[in-house]
Design a protein around this ligand. Sequence first.
Ligand code: ADP
Ligand code: MG
Length: 282
Amino acid sequence: MKAKTYVIGNFKGGVGKSTAAQMLGFRSAQKGRKTCIIDLDMQGNTSDVCSLTHMNFSSEEGGGDNEGLNFENTVADVLMNEAPLESAIYQVVNNLDIIPANIAFEMYDDWIKENYNSSIDQFKYMERVFAPLFEMYDVIYLDVPPSISVYSKSAMYLADWAIVILQTQVKSMRNAMQYLEYMEFFTEEFDTTLQVAGIIPFMLEASDAVDKEMYENAKEIYGNHLLKTIVLKNARLKRYDGSGITMEKTTKGRLKQWDRKSHELFDSILEELDEHETWYEE
Ligand SMILES: Nc1ncnc2c1ncn2[C@@H]1O[C@H](COP(=O)(O)OP(=O)(O)O)[C@@H](O)[C@H]1O
Ligand SMILES: [Mg+2]
C-alpha cells in the first residue's frame, strides 16, 4: 500500500499552510492513521511546532514528558549528506512522525542543480530517497515554502493530492487560483497525476460581511472543491505556533474548550477531504 501523499499549497507565505499541515497531521494520527509530516521548508516552523508538541504530551501518548525533540539529522542530511532516512525520522506523538528541516536545507537548491540537470531528474531523486516512506505510512503531508522552487515543485511531483489554502481577502483570492493553474501546467509538463483534494478557506480577518461575500465569490469560482468548513481567526491556533499543539484537559478530564474547538475544526476538514477523494474513485 502506498501512502496517500498530500502537498499543502499556496505560493504565498503566512496563509496557513504550515498550520494546516501540523493540524491535519496531528488529527490524522489521532484517528489511528500512521502519519508522517515532511518539512520541506528551510524555515523549519513545522519542525519547531512538532518538537514543542512532543514536549506537551506524555510518554504513553508517544510524547516526550516535557522534553522536546533534538533534531540531529534533518531532511538536508538525508538528501545531501547520505544520512540514512531513518536517522531523520522523529516521533512527535503516537502515529505521528516528522522529518524535520532547518536552514541547512537552503543549500539544497544549489546542490540538486549541480547534481541533476533536468527538473524531472531532480524530482525523481527526491522521490527515490523518500521511496521507503511510502511503504511505512498511511498518510504523508508535505509542508513547503512559499515559492515556486525546487522545493515546492518536488513536493508537487511526489504528491497524489493537493490541499490548497485560500485566504479569503480581496488581495489574496487569486493566490489559490494561481496555485491551481500552476498545478495544471505542472501535471501536464511532468506527466504526473495530482488531484485537488480540497480548498480550505482561511478567514484570518474578522468574519465580517466582506468575508461572507468573499466566501460566496470563492464558492462560484472553486465550486465544490471549496470546503464548507472555514478556518476563522483563532487565538488558540495562533498560540500553537509558539506553544506546540496542546490538548489541555479540565479537572474532569474533558478537553478544554479552545483546544476542543481547534481539534474538532480540523477533524471536520479531514472528513470533508476524505469525502472529496471518493469523488475521484470509479
Ligand atoms: N486560524 C488562525 N487564526 C489566527 N492565526 C492563525 C490561524 N492560522 C494560522 N495562523 C497564524 O498565522 C501565521 C502564519 O501561518 P502559517 O501556517 O505559518 O502560514 P504559512 O505556512 O502559509 O506561511 C502563524 O503565526 C500562524 O500561527
Ligand atoms: Mg509555512
